[in-house]
Design a protein around this ligand. Structure first.
Ligand code: FES
Ligand code: FES
Length: 161
């Protein structure tokens, strides 16, 4: 059995050091050890996007990452994007656009959208669809999700159309 290691990284803006098995899945580390349940387990095999988090600004699938891979990284989960009291514009737009039904896919969708808007503040609908193409939603049909990301992009640009 491999010995536990201490992994140190930034999580939602705060420095974290945690002792863990190097092979522990990041999804389990976040949800079970660090009390952050936004990243969800859908497939557990890299196919649904429900577990997406940002690692150094890039959307990654936490079900496929191991704890040791977090050393020195900057991790943001959906909890770190915004709060109920102060939601990120993407989260606010998802709520306002009816892009949330059961909500299971929403944290991963917002993470994917946040990566997109950080590198491309003015995406077209095609680019939004491409950005969330790794995130499955069984409820919405995706149209309202694309609407929400377009609305968020506009809000983040300061309201131009
Ligand atoms: S749970 Fe990670 S991609 Fe589905
Ligand atoms: S809102 Fe239910 S899976 Fe997307």
């Amino acid at each position: 059995m491999r010995e536990d290691i201490t992994v140190t990284f930034t999580l939602n803006g705060a420095q974290v050091s945690i002792e863990t098995s190097p092979g522990r899945r990041v999804l389990d580390l976040l949800r079970e050890d660090l009390g952050l349940p936004a990243a969800k387990e859908g497939c557990g095999s890299g196919e649904c996007g429900a577990c997406a988090i940002l690692v150094d600004g890039v959307a990654r699938l936490s079900c496929l990452m191991l704890a040791a891979q977090l050393e020195g990284r900057e991790v943001v989960t959906a909890e770190g994007l915004g709060t109920c009291e102060n939601p990120h514009p993407i989260q606010a737009a998802f709520a306002a656009s009816g892009a949330v039904q059961c909500g299971y896919c929403t944290p991963g969708m917002t993470v994917a959208a946040s990566e997109l808007l950080a590198r491309n503040p003015s995406p077209d609908r095609c680019e939004v669809r491409e950005a969330v193409s790794g995130n499955l939603c069984r409820c919405t049909g995706y149209v309202k999700i694309v609407d929400a990301v377009m609305d968020a992009a506009e809000a983040m640009r300061g309201g131009d159309s």
